[in-house]
Design a protein around this ligand. Structure first.
Ligand code: SAM
Length: 265
C-alpha cells in the first residue's frame, strides 16, 4: 500500500458527520485528473475535513471555496485558505441566494459524507448552480446507481434522476483501507457533467420525476399495471405502444428518454 499516507493532525472522526478521512493519495490524484481545474476556474469543495484534497486543489491556481460543517477543522482549513473562502455549516441548509458568487466557470468536488451524498448531488442537479463538472467520492453503491444505463441490475430512480440532468460515469473503486476510520463499504469516484437545460426544461423534468418515483417504489411490478392503477384517467396502453415500450416492462426496463416521452403529459 505505497499510496497510503499517515496524517499527524489528530481530530477524532465523528460518525454522525460521515467522517472517513482520506489517507490514500490515489484519491486526490484521480479527483484532480477528472476535475481538471486551473486558474480559469472556481472550485467548490464540499466537506474538506482536514484538507487532504484541498491542498492539492490550491496548487492548481483555481479560486477555491470550501464548505465544511465541522468547526474543529477551523485551524487546519484557515491555514490553507483565506477565511472569506470558507463557509461553515451544513451545505444542504444554504439557500441558493447565499451561495458565493462565482466570476469564473464552476467546478465542484468532494469526498462526500455517506449520509448526504445523494442529497448533495440532487441539490446541484435540481436547483443549481450548474457547474461545468462535479467529481465526488461516494459510497460505491450510490456511484454505481447514479451512472448505470437502463436494464442494468442497479438501474434505479437515482439512475433516471441523474440522467435527466447530466451525463455521469463511474471512476475507480477504493476499499475501506483508503480511509481512517475504515468505512464498512467501498467508495468510488463519480464524474458528473450537467446537461445545458433551460429553467423551464429543468422544472418539467423535476415534475416528471414524481411519476418515475411512483414506478420505482414498486420496481418489481409491471410498470403499465402500476400506471393504470395509479392514474386511471390516462390511456397508458396506447402511450406504451406509441413509444415502443413493451407492455410487460418493469421500471428498470424503461430508459430515461422513454420516461421523458411517457410523462410528457
Ligand atoms: N475531504 C476530507 C477527506 O477526504 O479526508 C473529509 C471527507 S469526510 C468523508 C466528509 C466531510 O464532510 C467531513 O469533513 C465532514 O465534517 C463534512 N460534512 C459532513 N456533513 C456535511 C454537511 N452537511 N455540509 C458540509 N460538510 C459536511
Amino acid at each position: 500500500m505505497g499510496n497510503i499516507v499517515r496524517k499527524s493532525s489528530y481530530i477524532r472522526a465523528k460518525k454522525s458527520l460521515g467522517q472517513n478521512f482520506c489517507i490514500d493519495e490515489r484519491i486526490p490524484n484521480e479527483i484532480l485528473k477528472e476535475l481538471a481545474p486551473n486558474k480559469d476556474f472556481c472550485v467548490w469543495e464540499i466537506g474538506p475535513g482536514k484538507g487532504a484534497l484541498t491542498k492539492r486543489l490550491i496548487e492548481t491556481g483555481a479560486d477555491i471555496h470550501l464548505f465544511e460543517i465541522d468547526l474543529r477543522m477551523k485551524d487546519i482549513l484557515e491555514n490553507l485558505c483565506p477565511k472569506e473562502s470558507i463557509t461553515w455549516g451544513d451545505f444542504l441548509e444554504i439557500e441558493s441566494n447565499d451561495l458565493p458568487v462565482t466570476t469564473k466557470p464552476l467546478l465542484v468536488c468532494g469526498n462526500l459524507p455517506y449520509y448526504c451524498g445523494t442529497t448533495i448531488i440532487k441539490k446541484f442537479l435540481e436547483k443549481g448552480p450548474t457547474p461545468a463538472r462535479l467529481v465526488f467520492l461516494l459510497q460505491h453503491e450510490v456511484a454505481t446507481k447514479a451512472s448505470v444505463p437502463v436494464n442494468h441490475k442497479e438501474y434505479s430512480y437515482l439512475s433516471v434522476h441523474t440522467a435527466f440532468f447530466a451525463n455521469a460515469r463511474i471512476g475507480n473503486k477504493y476499499g475501506p483501507k483508503s480511509f481512517i476510520p475504515h468505512p464498512k463499504v467501498d467508495s468510488s469516484v463519480l464524474i458528473i457533467e450537467p446537461l445545458k437545460l433551460s429553467d423551464e426544461e429543468r422544472k418539467k423534468r423535476i415534475e416528471i420525476l414524481k411519476y418515475v418515483s411512483v414506478l420505482f417504489n414498486q420496481r418489481r411490478k409491471i410498470a403499465l399495471s402500476t400506471l393504470k392503477r395509479t392514474f386511471p384517467e390516462i390511456d397508458w396502453a396506447q402511450k406504451f405502444t406509441y413509444l415502443g415500450i413493451n407492455e410487460k416492462a418493469r421500471p428498470e426496463n424503461i430508459s430515461p428518454e422513454q420516461y421523458l416521452e411517457l410523462f410528457n403529459i
